[in-house]
Design a protein around this ligand. Sequence first.
Ligand code: AMP
Length: 318
Amino acid sequence: MRIVLLGAPGSGKGTQAQRLVARYGVPQVSTGDLLRSAVARGTPLGLRAKAAMDSGQLVADEIVLGIIRERLGQADAAAGYVLDGFPRNQAQAQALAAMLQGIGQPLDAVVLFNVDYTEIARRISGRRSCPSCGTIYNVHDAATAGITHCRNCAAAPALTQRPDDNEQTVTRRLAVYEEQTRPLIDYYRQLGLLRTIDAQGAVDEVTARLIAVLPQPAQPAQPARPRGRKAVRRVGGKAAGKAPRKAPRKAVKRRAAVKRKAVRKAVQKVPRKVVRKVVRKAAARKAVRRPAGKSGRRPVRKPAGKTPKTARARRWGR
Ligand code: AMP
């Protein structure tokens, strides 16, 4: 699953991205987090990005694209990712499209978070995050009102407020969003990738709306059929389009046994004298029909001294 979360600062993209990570097992790729980490480590790239971030401007495309290329090339992003805060202008969107086209992995969806600006101001002023695990809280939400320490970490570190979450910088960031990021709504709409959700209300409700507009992850493949066997379409538990099955062998054998018993009983009722006569006649007829050695069948070896007559008479219970 490769998706982009699009929306103004404070629209809840980061919080919902964390929910998607837990649900789909793909990483959240937030350019804001990657840049903040570079700034905190004091890398050359972080030092270059810091001034723009502090003033609420966008960091140069060349820096952001370098970070994104490196991050998306990591093993955990092979099965997908949630892009949060990227792309933020037309040049970044086109660079991303070219990058993904090059590896044959297009985006699955772009979700726009709709939130009005009064709500954004409330969310940004109340936003706090854990410096250790990155969980985002809001001191204005009922469930986390007045929260000061992380509930997810055993050491419960004190929550911090982002330096750019102040009134002046927020105003600047919103102006940059309107001017540079909002045009991406039309760009992705024209590509048929855009889905829009109402991102106001309880976090769980927004998560449900978000999941409802996302494409469903592919189902696991059906196990392969053993070779050489045809698939049989079953209707109501029976194989469709097939001739009815033959009666099982056991039933055929049972019917034959019943028939043999009936014949034996019938024969027993006939006087023995008549039986002997019939047997003799039958043996004589057989001898005429099949002279020795001409039957074409393998001769049956009979026990010495037992003529067909006596053998058959024995079988008939004499
Ligand atoms: P965010 O955490 O997404 O609100 O980003 C914080 C700051 O990082 C932004 O105000 C920008 O200065 C910078 N930033 C984050 N993502 C980008 C991006 N895709 N392009 C340029 N600057 C970015």
